[in-house]
Each structure stands twice: as C-alpha cells, then as structure tokens.
Design a protein around this ligand. Structure first.
Ligand SMILES: [Zn+2]
Length: 75
C-alpha cells in the first residue's frame, strides 16, 4: 500500500470515529443527550415527551420511531 493510501485510510477512520461518537444510538440521527443538552423536548410528530434534545429540535429532527416510519420501515 502506498503512503498516500495509508494516510487517506487513517483520515477516513478518524472521521468515522468522530462522526459516530456524538450520536445517541447506532443508526439514530438523534444527538446524544448530555450536559447542556438534556433530552426534555417532545417529538414534533408523535408528541411523545422527552424524545428530543434542544440540539435535535434545532436540527429539525423527530424521534427515532417517527424517523423510521418516514424512511418506510427502515432497515
Ligand atoms: Zn416521534
């Protein structure tokens, strides 16, 4: 393998790790709840309480259940 390819792979792996870490669950678009980002807001679609964090809301997300239904059954 060439050096360039090695570096490219390393960058891709780093990016993948970073991008995964902040999500609440694997396969979920929702942000992980945490300090300053409590999961205390209702889903705008099904009105279930405590489904979204302020960050989710700002990004226009809905809860996993509704998101899956939107995607037509998911996996
Ligand atoms: Zn919902």
């Amino acid at each position: 393998m060439t050096l360039a390819a090695t570096i490219r792979r390393q960058i891709a792996e780093d990016w993948h790790e970073r991008s995964d870490r902040d999500f609440a669950n694997p396969g979920s678009a929702l942000r992980a709840a945490g300090k300053g980002n409590p999961r205390n807001l209702p889903c705008p679609t099904c009105k279930e309480p405590n489904k979204l964090t302020p960050k989710d809301k700002r990004l226009g997300y809905q809860c996993d259940t509704c998101a899956r239904q939107d995607e037509g059954g998911g996996y």
